[in-house]
Structures are given as structure tokens and as C-alpha cells.
Design a protein around this ligand. Structure first.
Ligand code: ADP
Ligand code: MG
Length: 576
């Protein structure tokens, strides 16, 4: 075999392939160029998911006619001169590869005019070759039109999805940039139809409202955390009332760049722990600002991955910021008079909020979403509105359907779900550090056969399970004998409880195994719906719930309490 250096045409195509995989990669590069050119307005026209046409026009600084040809050379960039500058890079681009790569696989037309020039230059390229150059009239800024994508690369073209799927990738991408850059006015058109528009007034709330719709904004909470001058976390996150079935609405930006980070997604999920039901995910716009030397963006050619100098600190800051926002904003759900048509059972699944915060009992449904969010955002100074204060002292009135505890408080009537409330109490007590869980020996020890996939987990989980009160030992191949269970297990089938704890805990990341095990123990041990309770038992339950850190939800995120506020009752009975 002979080793040869590839000729320029081939090597530049390989390089193009690294940057341009599909239409959305082109959109990304063009948007980043517009942002680097300090545009305050970016208009995008996309036809057939970008397979047919991508046009990105900005009002940025433009490219001087003497340089426009150079911009299409590989490694031609105005953004970086020395290695030392790479350490402190603040622009989104710096490799000088994008325009060259785009022009290598498509028909590209760029028109650009800096303010200092009377006329704009227009350059047209196909498959990397310049077809035409001319001067023409144009406003200040740059417009790039890309068509015939992968025309000469049928194999590549075959790998593209349908126009619809490519379009949705583009919408996702543009949404992220619009959220990361609220100072820029974004207009995205798909096949002539406006997908979204943002005003570019610098307000994140207005950008979120443009992208996701004004209704949703009224259920978002403000995020604010400053660890040092080197690390701040800000943004908007959805209240626990709003959730989605996947992580796609968790948007994380580092110094203005959207990043793909399963690691930080996990920080978000952990921040929401106990506030959302399992497998439900929030809507978040999280802006992390770090000194550039704390990150290395030069990891992936598409630059959606970053490496942090101190990843643990960033993880911790994100998780804490979310926790703090949720704690200060989270409250007992109140029955809102404007939503009387809703029923309690479907409420959690609804966006648009049936529950609302009792910090703002009088908020008027008619005021606009952005007004609402401005009034409603818990600010940094509101941190003392802690969760504990939202469960006032309650007086038990009685039990309904052997399932709900009715109580009276300072502002109306409270309905507690006895199982959810007890689950919360047990969960916090199992997790509490100064509480070693009492163990209760089984009269008849139980032999348990484990599925093969659980045998590995049980070794890792053993210390945790012992801690929680399970005593067991191997008993032949794939079997264990269970000798004791947590004392709170009382009347339940020990075998079933033990299996369930192993199953749920082994599904989790190490960090969460403890909480996951605690959740399952609490769920098994909590009083069931349908059990009659005495007044003393109900009073005791409420007293214990009052002492919980997060009395308002069960560990799975269901509410423990519904509050029928006095003014709601008065409205319903026509007293006001
Ligand atoms: P990079 O962004 O990595 O520098 P590109 O190939 O994307 O490389 O662009 C090359 C150069 O062309 C940029 O450094 C910039 O000077 C110029 N340029 C590209 N797009 C624009 C634009 N929309 N407005 C102004 N200048 C641009
Ligand atoms: Mg670029």
C-alpha cells in the first residue's frame, strides 16, 4: 500500500462533510456568522426543509468586496489570528471552514455590503468554484442563499430525511438561537409561512413568548444564580405544572452557544427531582456564563459539545439554580376560579395551568402573559418564601371517601391525599441523615429469585439496601434469602417490596439510587387510599407533613394538598 496525500478537491470534500451533514448544519453556520457579524436582525427562509433552499439574511457588519472571495477559502477567518486568541475566543465561529464547506456541496450566492461601501458585492459559487462575481445595490448586511444541496453527491442526498424532518431540525435549532439571543429579532419562514418571530428587544420573556407562545410564558419561573464573576446561571424554567414527555425543550447555552450536554441535562433533571413526575421533563432556557478559559469548545467540529475545566462546579450551579427557583416559586396548588371547567384528575397533564400559585392568588386571567410573568417571577430577594411557609397550621375537619383528609386553614379549605402525604413524609424520613432506618426481622425468611439482569445490580446496591433496613444473603445461584426489611414495611409483602426497590434503584444513575429506593420504600409503606383514619391519625399525619421540606408534592411529583382559597369559595357561591 502506498501512502499518498489526498488531492485538494478530495480533502476539502471530506472536510466539508465534517461541517455539513445536512441542511440544519448549514443554517447553524450561517446563523453563527450573522451573530458574529453583530446582526440585530436575522431573517431565514427555508424551502423543503432546506433541501431546496436556505436563505439567511442579516443586518450585520458585512464583508468588504476585497475580502468576499477570501471568505470562501478554507481556514479563512477574520476571527482568530494567534493561538493565544483561541484561549479567549468569544465569537461563535473561528475555524474559517464553514463557507468553504457550504460552497463545496451546493450552489451558494452571497451578497454583502459593509456600511462603508456604496455597493454590495455578489458572489456565486457551485461545488466550490466561483461562477460569477458582480457589484449590485443592497442594504448593509449579508445575505447567503444556498440551493441544490448535495446535487453532485447523490449518496449524501440519499441520507437526508424527508423535508418535514429536516424542517423540524431547523425549527429546533433556530428556536434555540432565538432564545439564546433575545437582542436579535428573528424571523423564521418555512415555505413562505412564518414559523416564529421574536421582537429582539433583549427580553428573554418576549423571546420565549415568540418561540413557544405567550400562554406558556405565564408558567415560567426566573432562574438566577451567581457563583462568582466567572460563573453565572440565568434563564427561565417551567413551573412544575408544565412538563413534556421528552428532554427536547431543555435548552442549555454556554456563553451564548447552545450545547448538547447529557451531563447538564441530568443536572436539570436532578434539580426538578421531586417536583415533576417521573419521565416528565421541563421546558428550560438556561444560560451559563463562564470565563472563556474555563471551557474548551474545540472538541467537536459542529461545536455543540464543550468540555468544562471544572464540570462538577457547573453541574452543581445548574442544579442549585433550578432547585432555588423551584423552592421559592413552588407552592400549594390553588383551585383557580377562572378554570372551573377543569377537573382535578386531568389537571396535571394540562399545560395552561389549572393549579396556580398561592403567592399570587389574585392574578387576573385577562392580563397579558408577559405582564404575568413580570409580576410572578420570584426574584432573588424572595428566597425567604420558602416551601415550609406554604403549608399553614391546619385543623382537621374529617375524612372523605376514606382517601382524602379535609382540613381548615387560615385561608380556606385544604384537601389532602392521605397516601401522597404519607408518602412524602416517609420519603423524607427514609432519606434523612440522622435517621437510621429500623429493621424488622421476618418471622419466615423469604427466598427470592432474581432475574439475571438484577444479579449484578444487587452487589452494587447491597450497602444501600442494608442501610435502609434490608438484610439478605446469597442462597445458591441467582437466589437470595431475605431475613429483614425496613420496619416501616409492616403489613406489606416483603418479597414484593424488596424486588421493587431493587428494580427501581438499579435503573437509576448511582447518584439517584438512594432517592429512588427511598421513593419505592415510601410508596410501599404509605397508607393506602381507602383506609379509614381516626382524627388523631389525621392530625398526626398533617403535623408530620408540616415538618417536611417539600410538603406540597409526593416524591413522584403528585400534589399532596389542594387548596380551595376563601376568595375562590366566595366567587363560586356568588358572595363577591
Ligand atoms: P468562521 O466563521 O469560522 O470565521 P466562515 O467560513 O464561517 O468562518 O466565515 C469566514 C469569514 O467570512 C468570517 O470570518 C467572517 O469574516 C466572514 N463572514 C461570514 N459570514 C458573514 C456575515 N454574515 N457577515 C459578515 N461577515 C461574514
Ligand atoms: Mg462561521
Amino acid at each position: 500500500m502506498v501512502i499518498r496525500i489526498l488531492d485538494k478537491g478530495v480533502s476539502s470534500l471530506i472536510a466539508a462533510g465534517e461541517v455539513i451533514e445536512r441542511p440544519v448544519s448549514i443554517v447553524k453556520e450561517l446563523i453563527e456568522n450573522s451573530l458574529d457579524a453583530h446582526a440585530s436582525r436575522i431573517d431565514l427562509n427555508i424551502e423543503k426543509g432546506g433541501i431546496q433552499l436556505i436563505q439567511v439574511a442579516d443586518n450585520g457588519v458585512g464583508i468588504p468586496s476585497s475580502q468576499i472571495e477570501l471568505a470562501f477559502h478554507r481556514f479563512a477567518t477574520s476571527k482568530l489570528k494567534t493561538l493565544a486568541e483561541l484561549e479567549q475566543i468569544t465569537t461563535l465561529g473561528f475555524r474559517g471552514e464553514a463557507l468553504a464547506s457550504i460552497a463545496a456541496v451546493s450552489h451558494t450566492v452571497m451578497i454583502s455590503r459593509p456600511e462603508s461601501q456604496k455597493a454590495a458585492s455578489r458572489i456565486e459559487l457551485e461545488n466550490g468554484q466561483i461562477l460569477d462575481y458582480a457589484e449590485q445595490g443592497f442594504r448593509t448586511g449579508t445575505s447567503v442563499t444556498v440551493s441544490n444541496l448535495f446535487k453532485n453527491f447523490p449518496a449524501r442526498k440519499k441520507f437526508l430525511s424527508s423535508g418535514g424532518a429536516e424542517a423540524s431540525r431547523i425549527v429546533n435549532l433556530c428556536s434555540r438561537y432565538a432564545l439564546a439571543h433575545p437582542r436579535v429579532s428573528w424571523n423564521l419562514n418555512l415555505s413562505g409561512k412564518s414559523k416564529f418571530t421574536t421582537p429582539g428587544n433583549g427580553s428573554l420573556v418576549d423571546a420565549v413568548s415568540g418561540v413557544y407562545g405567550a400562554e406558556l410564558v405565564s408558567e415560567m419561573m426566573k432562574l438566577e444564580l451567581s457563583r462568582s464573576d466567572d460563573l453565572t446561571v440565568s434563564g427561565l424554567i417551567s413551573s412544575p405544572k408544565l412538563h413534556r414527555s421528552n428532554r427536547s425543550s431543555i435548552n442549555i447555552f454556554v456563553n451564548g452557544r447552545w450545547i448538547h450536554s447529557p451531563y447538564l441535562n441530568q443536572a436539570v433533571v436532578q434539580g426538578y427531582h421531586g417536583f415533576l413526575k417521573e419521565r416528565r421533563f421541563p421546558i428550560c432556557v438556561i444560560n451559563i456564563k463562564l470565563t472563556p478559559s474555563e471551557i474548551d469548545v474545540n472538541v467537536h467540529p459542529a461545536k455543540t459539545e464543550v468540555r468544562f475545566a471544572h464540570p462538577g462546579e457547573v453541574f452543581n450551579a445548574v442544579q442549585h439554580a433550578i432547585r432555588e427557583a423551584l423552592m421559592s416559586g413552588s407552592t400549594i396548588p390553588i383551585f383557580r376560579s377562572s378554570d372551573t371547567e377543569n377537573t382535578a384528575t386531568n389537571s396535571m397533564e394540562k399545560t395552561g395551568a389549572f393549579w396556580t400559585s398561592n403567592l399570587h392568588p389574585n392574578r387576573s386571567p385577562s392580563s397579558s402573559a408577559s405582564e404575568l410573568i413580570i409580576q410572578d417571577l420570584p426574584t432573588g430577594t424572595d428566597k425567604d418564601l420558602s416551601h415550609i411557609r406554604v403549608l399553614p397550621l391546619l385543623r382537621v375537619l374529617g375524612q372523605a371517601q376514606n382517601t382524602y383528609i379535609l382540613a381548615e386553614g387560615p385561608d380556606g379549605i385544604y384537601v389532602l391525599d392521605q397516601h401522597a402525604a404519607h408518602e412524602r413524609i416517609l420519603y423524607e424520613s427514609v432519606l434523612s441523615e440522622n435517621n437510621e432506618l429500623a429493621s424488622q426481622a421476618l418471622l419466615d425468611s423469604a427466598v427470592i429469585e432474581l432475574e439475571p439482569r438484577l444479579i449484578d445490580s444487587i452487589d452494587t446496591l447491597k450497602p444501600l439496601l442494608n442501610d435502609m433496613g434490608f438484610v439478605f444473603e446469597p442462597f445458591g445461584h441467582a437466589s437470595y434469602v431475605l431475613r429483614a426489611v425496613p420496619a416501616i414495611f409492616q403489613a406489606i409483602d416483603p418479597r414484593e417490596g424488596f424486588m421493587d426497590v431493587i428494580k427501581t434503584a438499579s435503573n437509576e444513575y448511582i447518584d439517584n439510587q438512594r432517592e429512588s429506593a427511598a421513593k419505592t420504600i415510601a410508596c410501599h409503606a404509605a397508607i393506602r387510599a381507602g383506609k379509614k383514619l381516626s382524627n388523631t391519625e389525621m392530625e398526626e399525619l398533617i403535623r408530620l407533613l408540616e415538618n417536611c421540606n417539600q410538603p406540597q408534592t409526593c416524591p413522584h411529583g403528585r400534589p399532596t394538598v389542594i387548596h380551595l382559597a376563601t376568595n375562590y369559595l366566595e366567587t363560586q357561591f356568588g358572595r363577591r
